[in-house]
Write a protein that binds this ligand. Structure first.
Ligand code: ADP
Ligand code: MG
Length: 381
């Protein structure tokens, strides 16, 4: 795999780059979810400063097929608002390539070719074309015809076999962007360290079924799984404990029960919880203390999934205390990931420190950590 950071200035000059990023952010989260936007800026600036013309590609949401005609009404699927946001952050115009313009590839190509060095374009949501999720070769070839080379800087989508992530690499010289490089190097680092010095996994969030790769693949390597959130509730249900109307996954309760039997020494469940209106909504103070003590001694930590319903400040304490404890352990190396987990981290105003890496990948991070080969990364090799 070749990294963008290895390129010399003159290798890139005057070229047109197709840059795949992840701008899959909901309207409500545009303000909050700034890690995702900010983390792609280094690659964009790196390219612009070398006189490269950029065509930024992304998806947004999961529009149904045949929705294309109605796109104007469904602005939650349009990437148009991000042209303005990027333009503000980059302090330069960002030209939007609409759905119709993407259909008229030759005309759009001319427009890009006429633009001056360092110009930036943002293309409309690629998932408005059903071919994107089908990894369609013809669609990828058409897209590829817009540029001279391709950069994947969308780690969080690299586990998806989509045209702008996988098929496109057949038609253009393809490299890893600065963000993808950082993700790969940090996740490789934690995997290496975990093998040498043990590992603590803090696991919360909504569904066990989303996190199963982690539970299955780290049974040997992890010393402890500290469990919270809906995952803990599902495990309680698996043990036959009453959980009232708490968030849990009933179909996963038998799996949880088996897992608890086989890993009884490693899986640590909350010993007290915060309950409101018949719902378990956070881990309790004794549990926080216990988890903090384990985190304090850890040398390698992975954290995915909040400990409770942290969106309500009344139930955010568990997640925030875990976040603080991880940050306070300067001797450990920690990787933190997952869409909601990252919001917790920003809410405790953590400074990204050297002992910690905040990953932009949710599902992709879990799969990569578990040792799976991600199609988007394989395609760059
Ligand atoms: P991530 O995106 O970080 O991987 P998930 O998507 O798995 O995390 O889960 C996050 C969601 O789970 C949050 O919206 C949070 O409110 C919810 N959650 C966690 N624990 C509970 C709980 N006990 N009750 C209700 N919701 C919970
Ligand atoms: Mg989530």
């Amino acid at each position: 795999m070749k990294f963008l950071s290895d390129f010399k200035y003159k290798d890139l000059q005057n070229k047109i780059c197709l840059l795949r990023v992840d701008l899959n952010i909901e309207n409500e989260n545009i303000q909050k979810d700034n890690l995702r936007i900010l983390s792609i800026l280094p690659t964009i600036k790196f390219l612009i400063s070398r006189g490269v013309k950029l065509v930024i590609l992304s998806h947004r949401g999961r529009p149904e097929e045949k929705l294309q005609i109605k796109i104007q009404k469904f602005n939650k699927f349009s990437l148009r608002p991000f042209a303005k946001i990027l333009s503000f952050l980059l302090r330069k115009p960002v030209d939007f390539i609409s759905f119709n313009e993407l259909g008229l590839i030759n005309k759009t190509k001319q427009k890009i070719q006429k633009a001056k060095q360092g110009s930036v374009f943002l293309a409309e949501n690629l998932r408005l074309f059903p071919e994107e999720e089908k990894n369609d070769a013809k669609f990828a070839e058409n897209l590829a015809s817009l540029g001279d080379f391709y950069i994947n800087d969308a780690f969080s989508v690299s586990h998806r076999k989509n045209a702008s992530v996988v098929a496109i690499t057949k038609y253009l010289p393809s490299y890893a962007g600065l963000l993808l490089e950082k993700e790969i190097k940090n996740l490789d680092k934690i995997r290496g360290l975990a093998r040498k010095r043990g590992l603590i996994i803090v696991l919360g969030g909504a569904k066990i079924s989303d996190k199963i790769v982690l539970l299955n693949n780290f049974q040997k390597l992890a010393d402890y799984f500290l469990i919270g959130g809906g995952i803990a509730n599902t495990m309680f249900a698996g043990q036959g404990l009453p959980i009232g109307e708490s968030l849990y996954e009933s179909k996963m309760a038998p799996f949880a029960e088996r897992l608890l039997k086989s890993l009884s020494k490693k899986i640590i469940l909350p010993k007290d919880v915060i309950i409101d209106k018949r719902k378990i909504l956070d881990i309790g103070p004794k549990t926080i203390e216990k988890y903090k003590n384990i985190i304090k001694k850890a040398k390698t930590i992975i954290w995915n999934g909040p400990m409770g319903y942290f969106e309500n400040p009344k139930f955010a304490k568990g997640s925030q205390e875990i976040g603080k404890a991880i940050m306070a352990n300067k001797k450990a190396f920690a990787v933190i990931g997952g869409g909601e987990t990252i919001s917790v981290v920003s809410s405790v105003k953590c400074q990204a420190s050297r002992n910690m890496f905040v990953s932009t990948g949710g599902g992709a991070m879990l799969e990569y950590l578990a040792g799976k080969k991600l199609p988007g990364i394989k395609a760059l090799k």
